[in-house]
Design a protein around this ligand. Structure first.
Ligand SMILES: *Cc1c(COP(=O)(O)O)cnc(C)c1O
Length: 323
């Protein structure tokens, strides 16, 4: 009522995707549901309880503000991990709430260790190491300094993970770069462990990495796009279909779309051949057309670049967006 369109999340599809992806990663690796960017547009507050009903107990977010929204949405005792932005003045909140976070700045690590000591609560961290994405990640002797700081504060910290992120695992064009990153990661994580740090998990894989490079699965996979039912790229989809499990049926796509955006047709009219539809002259009928209007506009988030390009389903039948 009172909305011209709404979003539906399909719990059956999500359950199906998670079951399939868990099969891909074997029972020993943990499944983390990546819900950054407002759960890829699905809405953190709606998506989190749904994912928990489907068995998810670990969520990865980008920032402390997303972690707060996730914490408020939890219906189970799930873990929350911040992969990106956390400020020093947000550390106390994170530590008190047992939210883990990536560490890629020594200054942040120092603050976290001090805060944990002051609070008498262990801070749960993931040491992010630079392997070739060149975005965030400790590199060179920063890693040794971090290790020293961690060992000195061993009573105040739990190293939940050593981790990294790949530079485009969804495209075969990056194959060589990914191989180098995998090798670099093993060297760096071994360096941390050899120094005496007790590392709980090694995790590197996003959806594409887990689907295409099984050696990246390790102890946990951070699944984003795939668990929402989208292949990371045409290439990863091809990779699946070329190597598919024959038990899964010949042409069955194991990933099902979770989101759908629904509205109702508000008007239908017949338009004669040669007429223009909508603003300007971007669409002209070449024959008699039945034109339906749907009460959704750019203002609702329908992308302008889908003009004359997008499609809708009307009672399951595809119809092009015109004008
Ligand atoms: C976004 C992100 C992921 C998930 O990536 P998908 O390709 O959507 O599976 C995993 N790890 C990090 C660090 C990310 O930023």
């Amino acid at each position: 009522m009172f909305h011209t369109s709404h979003i539906e999340l399909n719990e059956t599809a999500l359950r199906h995707n998670i079951r399939y992806l868990k099969k891909v990663i074997s029972p020993n690796a943990k499944f983390s549901s990546v819900i950054k960017g407002n759960a890829y547009g699905h809405g953190i507050r709606h998506f989190v309880p749904l994912a928990e009903r489907c068995g998810v107990r670990h969520f990865s977010v980008f920032s402390a503000s997303e972690a707060l929204e996730t914490l408020e949405s939890l219906t189970r005792a799930s873990d929350i991990m911040i992969m990106g932005a956390i400020e020093n003045d947000e550390l106390e909140w994170a530590i008190v709430n047992q939210i883990s976070f990536f560490v890629f700045e020594l200054d942040r690590l120092e603050c976290a260790l001090k805060m944990a000591e002051r609070l008498g609560i262990r801070t749960r961290i993931h040491v992010e190491v630079e392997t070739g994405l060149n975005r965030t990640g400790l590199q060179g002797d920063q890693i040794d300094q971090a290790v020293d700081m961690i060992l000195k504060s061993a009573d105040h910290v739990v190293v939940e993970g050593v981790c990294t992120h790949y530079a485009g695992a969804e495209s075969i064009q990056n194959y060589y770069r990914i191989q180098n990153q995998i090798k670099a990661f093993h060297e760096l994580s071994a360096r941390v462990e050899r120094a005496g740090v007790d590392v709980r998990m090694k995790h590197t894989a996003c959806s594409a990495a887990a689907l295409v490079y099984p050696e990246t699965i390790m102890d946990m996979v951070r699944f984003g796009i795939a668990h929402y039912g989208f292949w990371p790229s045409k290439e990863t989809q091809m990779h699946y279909f070329l190597n598919r499990d024959p038990e899964n049926g010949r042409n069955m796509d194991p990933l099902k779309r979770v989101i759908s955006w629904k509205s109702r047709v508000m008007s239908v009219k017949d338009v004669r051949p040669g007429e223009f539809v909508g603003y300007g002259t971007s669409y002209q009928t070449t024959r008699a057309r039945k034109i339906a209007s749907v009460p959704v506009g750019y203002f609702n988030g329908f992308a302008r670049n889908l003009s004359n390009l997008g499609h809708v389903l009307i009672r399951g039948r595809r119809a092009p967006v015109v004008g």
